[in-house]
Structures are given as structure tokens and as C-alpha cells.
Ligand binder design. Sequence first.
Ligand code: ADP
Ligand code: ZN
Ligand code: ZN
Length: 743
Amino acid sequence: MSIVRVALDIPLATLFDYTVAEGVVVGQRVIVPFGKRQMVGVVMECATSTELSAERIKPVSQVLHDSAPLSKGLLDLLRFCSDYYRYPIGQTVLSALPARMRSDKPITIKPVLSYRLSESGAALDLESFSKRKVVQRRILAKLTEEPCNLAQLKALSATVGAQLKALIAGGWVESYSEAHLPSTGSGGCPTKSSMGRADKNIQTHTFDNAHTLTGEQQLAVDSITQAGGYACFLLHGITGSGKTEVYVHLMHHVLQQGGQLLLLVPEINLTPQLEHYFRSRFSDVNLVSLHSGLGEGERLHNWQQAQLGVAQIVLGTRLSVFAELPGLALIIVDEEHDSSFKQQDGLRYSARDVAIFRASQRGVPIVLGSATPALESYHNAQSGRYQMLKLTGRALAEARLPTVRCVNINQTVMHHGISENLLREVELRIARREQSLLFINRRGYAPVLMCTGCGWLSDCKHCAGKMVLHLKDQRLRCHHCGYQIRVPLACPSCGNADLHPVGSGTQRVEEVLQQRFPDARILRVDRDSTRNKRAWQTMREQIHANEVDILVGTQMLAKGHDFPALTLVGALNPDSALYSSDFRAAEKLFAQLVQVAGRAGRAEKSGEVLIQTAFPDHPLFRALQTHDFEGWAAQQLAERQMAGFPPFVYQAMLRAEGKIEAEVYAYLNSARAAAKELQHDVEILGVVPAALPRRANHLRAQLLIQATTRKGLQQFLRAWQPLLDALPAAKLRCSLDIDPLEF
Ligand code: ADP
Ligand code: ZN
Ligand code: ZN
């Protein structure tokens, strides 16, 4: 009998001891009894003794052999995260695994299907096949050459899945299963895969259409490939400077050496497009994606491909930072400033920061890429902790940076949030058959209902926020808690029937545009309309085919898309970020506007950006006009230093929410008193209401701790945590957020 210490998905900062008869290794998954339940856990340690008495210790119910054990390196990474983010070890370990590996049902491996022409497909004359079914024709042509698996076909088009189904339904193509994926093994070394490439030399791949790099690009690639061990690079390149091309060359280099590469991207909506792009650049390389939009089966499959070393490139959102990568040779974090790398619940990790730790743990280089680096990263690069690499010119000689102008909204005619100046520019673009994008900062832009008699506003009765008017279904909806009612016929407060929408939403903007330009084709893109992967794909294709004149949208549209016919960007309401309580609001706004401005004039047409503001002389807009990130960053950093904000201090935020205000404040005040007693060298601020002080009938408050060093903060937190755990908080939801981004 030996003893194992097991990580379980239980909110306690401890491992659980069990006995086991058969030989198990660290990293193996096991099923164990816990209370009345059976749970899946991961063996973290093997031991010879336990503090549990012989009667109390229970045996492991089952040792799972359906997947390779987790590597020591990954377990160390998760231990680090659990410690750094003050999150229970078991929950940390389990939350890093794909859902299928957390379930006590055995993992069944789906055979990897390959596709070939059926008899009638082989007999088909491609010339006679409908010319309009472009993708289907491409698939047929490819399969005429050789049978392919789905991953290979995906290089043909991002919509290949649906088209393939149509071909199978039509009887032209059939699927068959090759050998099964090896599901167990020692893990670690690249194994022969079922992807039909076992006969190929892993170190050669096609690498077509590579651009000759510019001097700056070449310098960046050389610096990174010559790193020889851990080094953190900040690739600061203006939009269109060819950062992606640098990534591609780095990938080429890593693939030649037989290594694995992890590419982290912020947006799940961007992954299909990026996946398609990189597949097209490396058509015979095994690339998998990892993000929460995948089905459970697909996610497990891709995770295992990475674990087996078969997947050479792993492209994923923040969760992929925990993928097993035995051959990891390089990590790239694209748009490293993006706040979606930070998880906002559970294990509140920053995937960028974890990636940096992982790179140093593995002794491999990491590249952080951005046109507008986070001030934290920029500061680190300036101080020499990271290595700064700059791309200062646009890669395509003829592509110039857009011109940026401000429209003073107090000195011009406004039409429900759109200035006459902007409408005229849009009109010009329509006449020239070019596209315009109207960018909306979501905050404070949703229309609410107001009574013209008494000034009543459509407050949510459960939250401190306002309910938003949804014209289409005539409802008021709270975007914080989901509460909704029909639009009232009269003011609930004074009975007046004259209720008016104030503020302007995407729908209002669309209406104004439609009235002014009745023949224009307007496309509204927001989070709701892009939730569906296919819908977004269709929209992108419409935009590319120039079937759209005006795009109206939020943040979504700013990120990473390349729309060649787009020459005008209008920022409708950037000002709300200027007087936000969040000290990062201006930094975020600058990044967003640079991103969205980068959409204009990417091809041979030069672009123009119009900013509607009441503060045309604000330094932020001045910096945008002169494309002066350096100046802006220097000024912001000076302000942060004066005010004592990150990156000059390190922060931790204790949050609490509950139904009874007194309980919330009692908890936080006791936490504060306990913190003071520890007498560490940290600054303990006051207990204050959260930015949204009431949500879904829960009162919310917070307590901020600051320290001048990361180490000092960590030492304090380690001492504080047991005191927090001892406080009565049964009816509260409490969380500790290290390096918080939301205020
Ligand atoms: P970024 O990622 O920095 O916004 P991209 O990598 O998308 O920029 O490059 C912008 C455009 O310039 C793309 O169309 C790309 O193909 C092109 N490009 C990049 N590098 C080069 C190069 N060295 N020579 C010619 N064109 C390039
Ligand atoms: Zn009223
Ligand atoms: Zn609400």
C-alpha cells in the first residue's frame, strides 16, 4: 500500500490523502471517494506516511489510464499559480484541464477521420461542377490529389466544415477512419501521429509566400531566434508594421528545429480567422486551436495532440497557456495589452504573466507583441527587464498611417450622437464605394428611458445600474443582472406618458444612418451579433466582398481584422473613458483608438479617423494625431508614478458581496484590521463600494492592498490568507484578485 496526495476540485487549500494498491505516478488521474461522491483528481505527490489515521484514510477507487499523466513541469506551473493567485491547489489543477478530463467518465477517443473522393466524386468532371460553390470546388480539387484530414482541409477556407458536410451529403466525398490516436504512453516525447504525416520528416514543411523582411523585422527575428534560453521580448510595432510576418518567420524557425510553439491570442472570435491564416502559411503543419468555443471532444482532442507533441503550433486563448507542450520552444502573446488575457473569476490569472513564468520555467524565449503595449510591459522593456524590439514603419511601403482629426461636439450639429461632419465624410465614402466604420465605446452608450416630466430614469430595481432600452422587442433590460420588463406606457413615478430614450445605442446610430443614407448597406456588429461563429464569418465575408457601406460596432471591430476597402473610422463617444474612476481607462481608450484607427487604410488607400469629442486638446487625442505612443506612455507613466499606481506598485483586491450591507462591510473591515495587525510593509486602503455598488440585489465592496514590490505583496498575502479564511463569511461571495485589472 502506498499513499498518494490528490488534487481535487474542492475549495480548500490542501491536497487529499488516499491509499492505492497499484503503482501510480505523479500526474496520473484517479477517481476517489469524497464524502458521498466520487471525484476525479490528479495525483500530485506519492508519500509513505500520512497524518490521517488508518481508519479514516480511504483507497483510491480507480486509477485512470485513459490519458498520459500530466508532466511535472505543468504541475509545477499550476502550483506556482495556486500560490501566486492565492487559489486552492485542487481547483487550480482541475480548472486547467479540458472538461472531459475532469469528468469521471472514461475518455473515449474519437478516431481522426480522413476524407477522400467517393466513386461518383472520382468520376466527377470538376469543370461541370457549379462555379458558385467555390469552397466545394477547392475541396474536390484538393481531394483529387490526396485524401486529407479536416485539419489539412481547413487550410482551404474557414468555412470548410459546412462545405465538406454538403459534399458528403451530395455523395461526392466519403470519410474513413485511419489508425487511432495513441491515448496512453509516457507523454513527453513526440509520438507518431495518425495524421498521415508519420512518413514525413517532421523538420521540413512548406513555407511559401514569405515576404522578404524589412530591416527592423529581420532584426527582431534574429534577436529572438538567437536568444538561446529564456528571454522576454516586447515587440512594439505600429499597426500594419508586420508583426504577424515576424511571428510567421519565428514559427518557421521553430518548426525547422522540430519544436512546438504556443501562440496566445485575446479573442475567441479571432481564432478561426487566425487559424485559417496560419494554416494557409504552413499548409502541412499540424496546428490545433484551444479555446472555450470548441466542443468538449474537440478540445480534448486538440489538448492531447499538444500533449503528445504532435501539434506543432497551438493557437489559443488564455486557457491554452496551461496546455501540455513537451517540445515547447517559443511562446508568442499577440496583443499582449488586451485585458481578455486576464480571467475575471475562479483562478484570476493573467495568461500573459503566466506565459512569462512558463517561458522562464522552460528556458525558452517569449515574445509579447502589440502596437500599444500595456504600460506594465512597456515599463519593463524600458527598464531592461524585457528586451524592446521596435517596428516603426508600415511594412507595405505604400500604406501610410491614417490621418487623425477631432470634431468638437460642442461646436457642430449633432444628430443623435453623430456629427454632421462625420456624416458628410461617410457620404463621401459611399460615393467612392469605400467603407466607413463607426466605432462605439460601449460604456455609457446604451440608451436608457427618461421621463421628461419628473426626470425619472429606468433604474434596475436590483442593481445600481440603468436598464437599457431594446427597441426591437420593446423591453427594458438590465445588462448586469438580466432583469427585464416591458417598456412602460407611462412614467412609473409621475404617470407622465412622455418617455424619451436618452443616450444612443448601436440601434439608434443605425437608424440615423439609415434615414440619412436610405440606399446604404449598413451592418451592425456587436457582441450579440458575433456570438454565433458562423454569423460572424458570414459578416466578414460580406465586408470583404464590399457588400457593406457602413459598419457600426463596438470593441469587437477594433481587433485584428483586415478590411481593405475601409478608409474612414469615426469614434463616436470616446470621452466617457476620460472621466472614468478606473485609472487604466485612458490607457485602454488609447489602445482601442489606435487599434480601430489601424483598420483604416490598410491597403493602397489612405485612411482617415474622425474623433468626436468635447476635449479636442486632450493630450490623449494629441498623441493619437501625432502617432506618438512613446510620448503618451511617458506622460502616463509619470502620472502613475506620482499617484502611486501600477506599474510602480503591486496590487491585490479583496472583494466581497452579499445581500446584507452590514455583513459585507463587517467582513471587509475585519479583513482590514487583520491586515493591519500583520504589520507588513504594505499600504492598506479603505473599504469602499465597488464601481457597481449593487448588482442583482447584492451589495458589493472592496479593499485594496498595495506594495512597492511583488515579493513584499506576496509575503503579506501568504500571511493574510489564513486570517481571511478564518473570518465568518458564510453568506458572502468573497474573492482575492492579484494584479487586478477591474476597479
Ligand atoms: P501587424 O500584425 O503589425 O498589424 P501585418 O503583419 O498584418 O501587420 O502586416 C501588414 C501587411 O503588410 C500585411 O498585408 C502583410 O502581408 C504585409 N507585410 C508584412 N511584412 C511585409 C514585408 N516584409 N514585405 C512586404 N509586405 C509585408
Ligand atoms: Zn415622471
Ligand atoms: Zn439589474
